[in-house]
Design a protein around this ligand. Structure first.
Ligand code: GLU
Length: 313
């Protein structure tokens, strides 16, 4: 997609959208992870970064929140870089599930396949594929280095969130063992599950997520640091994964009404990628019933409409 937006216009549009969306009510914080239930529900921030590195940030854009499912995009990029698109397709898949993020039914329906790195099953499988195989510390370093490259700064795990998730991740434990029985975990099972749980507990800001989104939009070249993080030809692969399953069972509704591939997380974040045009991230903790932030969705959609942007147009 080719469309150039000036920073002045972007600033005006993001300001207007922020004002229009800031009082939207509805949704509740994720309550199945105790730490997330207690995050201030009124926090709200939006960040946009253009391919030239210029940015607009409004609201709580420096607040550190749990990346959660958006971490799946980071690790998908990592294994695409390490193994290439064909191997990822064969080992995990790239299919939409149309079902919730932690669906066991989806694994059974896909006939033992994790289906995509952007649902829990595929993300645990993706963590098992990260190199060096068999070395938990080495794999964690690779995951964190990749986060740093994509975000433009090194994030840190929110220890309390990691503890909270580790104590309550019963469904993910079931998913990991089910995948193991289907030979879809390519390293130690508990290590792979732990790496997944830990990466979900990484703390990020909307600025950091927008930098990652802008790097994907900019064909692997981080517009903030100037570093080529991944080969440009991976952008369509990453964007197609995000398009098909970024909002789980409501992904079709999201694409239809927003026109931008985006990935949500139960921490309240949304990361959106418009290739060649911009990276966007928004954050607000209260979620709809599918686990997607109510206000973050609203503000991204409003910005898209005001800028008259749509991937499918
Ligand atoms: N850590 C969460 C889980 O595995 C992430 C889910 C999400 O953000 O959708 O349940």
């Amino acid at each position: 997609m080719r469309k150039t937006i000036t920073t002045t216009r972007l600033q005006k549009v993001v300001n207007e959208a922020y004002e229009e969306c800031k009082d939207i009510q509805g949704g509740v914080n994720a309550h199945y992870i105790p730490y997330l239930a207690n995050v201030d529900s009124n926090l709200f921030g939006v960040s946009v970064i253009l391919p030239d590195g210029s940015s607009v940030n409004i609201g709580d854009t420096d607040y550190i929140f749990g990346v959660e499912s958006i971490s799946k995009v980071f690790t998908a990029i990592l294994i695409l870089k390490e193994l290439g698109p064909q191997k990822v397709l064969q080992a995990i898949g790239a299919d939409a599930t149309g079902l919730p993020f932690n669906s066991i039914f989806a694994i059974l329906l896909e006939k033992d396949h994790p289906s995509t790195p952007l649902v829990n099953a595929g993300a645990i499988s993706a963590c098992s594929l990260v190199e060096p195989i068999g070395d938990s510390d080495g794999k964690w370093k690779t995951i964190m280095d990749n986060f740093e490259d994509l975000c433009g700064e090194r994030p840190a795990v929110i220890d309390e969130l990691y503890k909270s998730e580790s104590e309550t991740n019963f469904t993910n434990r079931a998913i990991a063992w089910l995948l193991k029985s289907y030979d879809r975990i390519y390293d130690d099972v508990l290590m792979s599950l732990d790496l997944y749980t830990r990466q979900c507990s990484i703390g990020v800001t909307s600025r950091m997520l927008a930098t990652c989104a802008a790097t994907i939009a900019n064909h692997g070249l981080n517009p903030v640091t100037g570093k080529q993080v991944f080969p440009g030809e991976l952008t369509p692969k990453i964007t197609s994964l995000i398009s098909t399953v970024g909002f789980y069972q409501t992904t079709g509704d999201w694409l239809y009404s927003s026109g931008i591939p985006a990935k949500s997380g139960v921490g309240g974040g949304v990361l959106g990628v418009l290739p060649g045009v911009m990276g966007i991230a928004a954050f607000s903790p209260p979620l709809d019933t599918a686990g997607n932030s109510v206000k973050a969705q609203a503000v991204v959609k409003t910005i898209m409409q005001k800028l008259d942007l749509n991937l499918f147009n």
